[in-house]
Write a protein that binds this ligand. Sequence first.
Ligand code: G6P
Length: 612
Amino acid sequence: MCGIIAYLGEQPAYPRLIKGLKRLEYRGYDSAGVALVDQDIQVFKRKGKVSNLEAFTETLASQTGVGFGHTRWATHGEPNDVNAHPHLSNNARIALVHNGIIENYASLKATLEKEGFVFHSETDTEVLVNLIQAIQDANDLPLEEAVRLALRRVVGAYAIVVADKREPHVLVAARKASPLVIGIGDKEYFLASDATPIVEYTNRVIYLNDEELAVVRKNGDLEVKTLANVPLTPYVQELDMKIEMLEKGGYDYFMLKEIYEQPNTLRECMRGRLNAEEGWVRLGGMEDFASRIAHAKRFIMVACGTSWHSGLIGEYLFEDLARIPVEVEYASEFRYRNPVLTEEDVVIAISQSGETADTLAALEIAKEKGALIYGIVNVVGSSIARLTDAGSYIHAGPEIGVASTKAFTGQVTLLSLMALHLAHQRGTISEPRYRQLISELAVIPDKIKKVFEQDAKIRYIAGEIKDRSNALYLGRGYNFPVALEGALKLKEISYVHAEGYPAAEMKHGPIALIDENMPVIVIATNRSAYDKIVSNIQEVKARKGMVIAIVPEGDSVIQTLADYTIEIPETEEPLSPLISVIPLQLLSYYIAVFRGCNVDQPRNLAKSVTVE
Ligand code: G6P
């Protein structure tokens, strides 16, 4: 949520900032702006996408090698030019970009107003930049010192980069609960919300920790300190990210590319963790706490959005295979409801970005209460990955489309591996069944490829229903969370109202909505509940609803009942979500394209939700 990119080096900053902002645009696209630091500070900002800013700065000739930019997801104040970042202090000497929320901004603002400060925007950020000016003015302090003192008066979350035109060769950055990465290039530094704008120039990075401050200087100096001014020796890591991962690679949208990447990303997720010939699964991340995890009284999955849907599938997997009770919680609810937790609980945080503010806060609570915390995360080095006691990366590579696809199947794959491992360890699964599920998991990537053969048919169906304003998704058992996920995908990217429901619950409400205008997407692949799903389809048809059914290959019964069927390869039921979600991802993708929506950057959403 909000993206920051800063450059300090020998090359012109501006083109690097624009390129970086485009890479970060998935974090917010309400407005974009840059500050270029020379003898003076020039600020350019515009409502809307980075392309608007680019058009606005078309004739810009600045060659300065110091500057920073911001792409905004609005919290305080509507998206417009004035509320866009960077913000300048009243004396126009200090410029600042910010990701996060300053919670005590109102009281700080009132104090500053009494001192004569004037505010032009509605943002909390403008309060912070003026607080820095006030502190600097009162004591004639260098920028670094003033920033440190200001941050000690701030309550809330922030990643900031600040410049002072009296010190044009210096950038000061700091973080608390919002991410910030420092890229170390050849005679140049980058500061960014994540590594995506950096990877093209260097793979050497430092992840700043909470309440740390960094100062980079044109002479090559880099200092990292705590807010209490204690110098630190930063840990420099090597990034394992390739620039091609950040390009569309010939696809119209990142989302489509990411859907099509899934056979590969799942193979990456299973690499070294599953051996079908020898019949084992293991997760390095579980080894250090093997006994505590195997003897856990309860697992609690905390997550948001699509990751919460993965957690629901995890509940089915863990309870079914490993016979351990599981609860699945929205992180935002969990953190505020005084949950009962003990040291015998394992809390699993599921997060693509590893930065979701509510999930992070839920983990802090779980940690305080002594539970073991385990992370299932995609972004390497992210805050959640670093906060957990143990964890496993899903290795899906950067996911840029705001609607999550490959991260979802990666999370479900990892949860399947965990459930299988635990089931085997706890003796709750027979050896033949264990081996059978392992062999089946190993061929899921090939089966997903077969679903892609249905692409043209799914596109056709999307064309048929693109103008409907509602949709109902039904599924049972393992495929109930898939119905929720299918509905969420449609809502997110095509702005069509959609609901996911357990198929049998339809009778308790949603059936009242069904008429000839209501497409009902039914996931009808579960062998164990096949007849019941057929009955549910009959009920929809009896009320003139339009049925689109996801059916097992070769199905002949539902073919005769449904308006459209999409055949997908059969698999073992616990693994079926990995396949049944694919046609739903494609369906929502094509509907959004037909409706003329910006699939990768849907309105009002952001990929990395770093504020509550
Ligand atoms: C946002 C994204 C969703 C994502 C959710 C949780 O809402 O748009 O795609 O599922 O956050 O994010 P996380 O990074 O924690 O998985």
